[in-house]
Design a protein around this ligand. Structure first.
Ligand SMILES: O=C(CO)[C@H](O)[C@H](O)COP(=O)(O)O
Length: 239
């Protein structure tokens, strides 16, 4: 893997690479979505190709993960073919000090939550810019919604104190359509004080598939950062 020159890309590359080193031969690996996880998928593929790693299978969390796994030669399996996932590696948009997350910047949080929560070990890979004191500080909360329910769901979210907006496509006319054929509503909160409660409340609105709060499910957070001009990776537990 050639080193990135852009500092943020370099942090993402280093942390993705570090997570890939934790994968062991013979394991089933949840393959997350996003630019940071893409480096981990690449590094797992390179380890397989060099013979450093053997007999690894991936469980993808999105169409992007499928494409990358194929590109880097990682055999894929579906959830119907396995009875466990050893480790999942995935990115995040925000991480709070209790290791709660906001995910869904890539509109893939529904499949990500299924795969990440099934893993014996869930490793999150982020650059240091994703660390926040409380969720909702920098990122809107993504909620995947069935298309026919988008208006009542947005009304219900407003009544619960959030400000929802329908996510629109870039280089595509109209709204973003997820890998599951649904829409995404991004919700602004002044502050999310109780992530677990909000996660459950939003998922109870009829028409909501899943929201991007991942509360209490993360085992390890690896953080890529630049210290004294050098990229380093640290575990969130060990400052
Ligand atoms: O949740 C996600 C996709 O739905 C991504 O993991 C999250 O958006 C982080 O992406 P990146 O590593 O590109 O910053």
């Amino acid at each position: 893997m050639s080193a990135e020159t852009d500092p943020v890309k370099l942090m993402k590359q280093q942390v993705g690479y570090a997570a890939a080193q934790r994968v062991q031969s013979g394991s089933i690996v949840g393959l997350g979505t996003g630019s940071t996880t893409a480096y981990a998928i690449q590094a797992i593929g390179e380890r397989l190709q060099s013979g450093d790693l053997k007999d690894v299978k991936g469980v993808p969390t999105s169409f992007q993960a499928i494409v990358l796994a194929r590109q880097y030669g990682i055999p894929l399996v579906s959830l119907d073919e396995i009875d466990k996932i050893d480790v999942a590696i995935d990115g995040a948009d925000e991480v709070d000090p209790q290791k709660n997350l906001i995910k869904g910047g890539g509109a893939a949080h529904t499949q990500e939550k299924i795969v990440d929560c099934l893993a014996d070990q869930f490793i999150v890979v982020v650059d240091s810019g994703k660390l926040v004191d409380h969720l909702g500080s920098t990122f809107l909360l993504p909620v995947e919604v069935l298309p026919m329910a988008v208006t009542p769901v947005m009304n219900a979210i407003r009544k619960l104190g959030g400000s929802p907006e329908l996510r629109m496509g870039v280089k595509k006319a109209g709204p973003v359509v997820t890998d599951n054929g649904n829409l995404v509503v991004d919700v602004k909160y002044d502050r999310i004080d109780n992530p677990k409660e909000l996660e459950q409340t939003l998922n109870n609105i009829p028409g909501v598939l899943e929201n991007g709060i991942f509360a209490g499910v993360v085992d390890v957070v690896l953080i890529g950062e630049v210290k004294d001009g050098q990229p380093i990776v640290r575990d969130m537990e060990h400052v």
